[in-house]
Design a protein around this ligand. Structure first.
Ligand code: ZN
Length: 395
């Protein structure tokens, strides 16, 4: 955490991407930060404690990975991953939302009792959800929804600070008994967010297939990996979900089927609904451990799916945060000062960070701030260096 009354000025910003679709990119500007919060855009300061000279580079909000699978701290048994959260920080991710801590060894996916999932969510919330060794904000303690939960269980979870709920192992053959709909109603009464594993079965072999009929019956807030995690529902069902569930966000993850992602994005663009598009990696998992996963998702959406690069960045930042009730993801006064300075890598023909994304070229990260603190300064470890890197110095 920064010291009290510390002032940081991010100056010489070539392009500022706000993370909000309603606020277009700004040019030749600055970001003024006090005590970890953005207080002004485009304002100077005579004696800042820390100066980040962006050197004409592009500044975007810290990336918000809407779909990760932590286990304990920075260790998860999937792909034997240790220290992976810190590696993602160096790929520009400053906030993560857990889609369930389901890699705990021995977890009986087909026989999850309410006691077990409640205990698991509480343990995760109070460990990885509170422990931030690399500075990344991990919203962990995501309750796996199983039959038999009661309203007072939702009260207990809300009191513990748990806001994310997930349908993944739920037996959809019992949909007609009304329990799933009751869970969604209880969640909304308590300001919680319901995510639903959509499409075919996952690597575990135990997640339940959920196509158009299930998704539109349950009406979750976020349709997880709609274009594949790893198997999407058929194209017509994707379009049907987008049309018939207009109040829900949809998620595209690194576990995607690339063709189905294009189907999804084309339909969102055609119907003017890109504000519903959110991104995640769905890792660690069968897709791997991908520190540059969010950057690559932006590159794919901007380079191959026809999204304007600032729209693709919003899908990776402001959109994800808004749909998950998180204050991060947007650079504006009053918001957390989580940001990434990036630009073209030597050898890229791009002129700035946004053009890198538009060309599908991975950009180079030189600075990452979390709550105003420079956790990466000079060179991200997971990207090649930016051509003209930003610098950090004490004022
Ligand atoms: Zn997942």
């Amino acid at each position: 955490m920064p010291n009290q009354s510390s002032v940081t000025l991010v100056t010489n910003v070539g392009t500022l991407v706000t993370g909000e679709l309603t606020s277009p990119p700004l040019h030749d500007t600055s970001v003024l930060i006090e005590d970890g919060t953005v207080v002004a855009i485009g304002e100077d300061h005579r004696r800042p404690d820390v100066v980040v000279d962006a050197n004409g580079q592009t500044v975007i909000p810290g990336l918000v990975d809407g779909h990760v699978h932590p286990t304990v701290g920075e260790w998860t048994p999937a792909q034997n991953s240790t220290g992976w959260v810190r590696n993602y920080l160096h790929g520009g991710t400053t906030t993560m939302v857990s889609a369930g801590e389901l890699h705990v060894p021995g977890l009986p996916f087909d026989d999850l009792s309410p006691e077990l999932v409640l205990g698991l969510a509480t343990l995760s919330r109070q460990t990885i959800g509170a422990y931030r060794p690399s500075g990344v904000k991990v919203d962990a303690g995501t309750l796996l929804l199983v039959p038999g939960l009661r309203a007072n269980d939702f009260d207990r979870m809300a009191e513990a600070g748990i806001r994310q709920l997930k349908f993944i192992f739920y037996d959809w053959s019992r949909l007609d008994d009304g329990e799933a709909a009751e869970y969604v109603a209880w969640a909304h009464e308590r300001g919680m967010v319901v995510k639903l594993h959509s499409g075919g079965v996952s690597r575990s072999g135990s997640s339940r297939v959920a196509g158009y009929d299930v998704v539109t019956a349950v009406r979750p807030d976020v349709v997880a990996h709609i274009s594949g995690g790893p198997i999407p529902m058929p194209d017509e069902e994707i379009r049907g979900v987008l049309d018939d569930l207009p109040q829900a966000a949809v998620e595209v993850c690194s576990s995607m089927n690339y063709r189905a992602t294009k189907v999804t994005v084309d339909h969102l663009v055609a119907t003017g609904a890109v504000d519903r598009l959110t991104l995640g990696t769905d890792t660690p998992g069968g897709t791997g451990v991908i520190p540059r996963g969010m950057l690559r998702n932006i590159c794919y959406l901007a380079g191959m799916c026809g999204l304007a690069p600032e729209v693709a960045v919003a899908a990776a930042t402001g959109n994800v945060a808004r749909w998950h009730g998180n204050p991060a993801g947007v650079l504006a006064p009053g918001r957390p000062a989580d940001l990434v300075v990036l630009g073209p890598i030597q050898g890229s023909s791009a002129r700035d960070g946004l053009e890198s994304f538009a060309l599908g070229d991975l950009p180079g990260i030189s600075v990452v701030l979390v709550d105003g603190a420079p956790l990466v300064a000079g060179r991200g470890e997971q990207t090649p260096p930016a051509r003209t890197p930003a610098t950090v110095r004490r004022g």
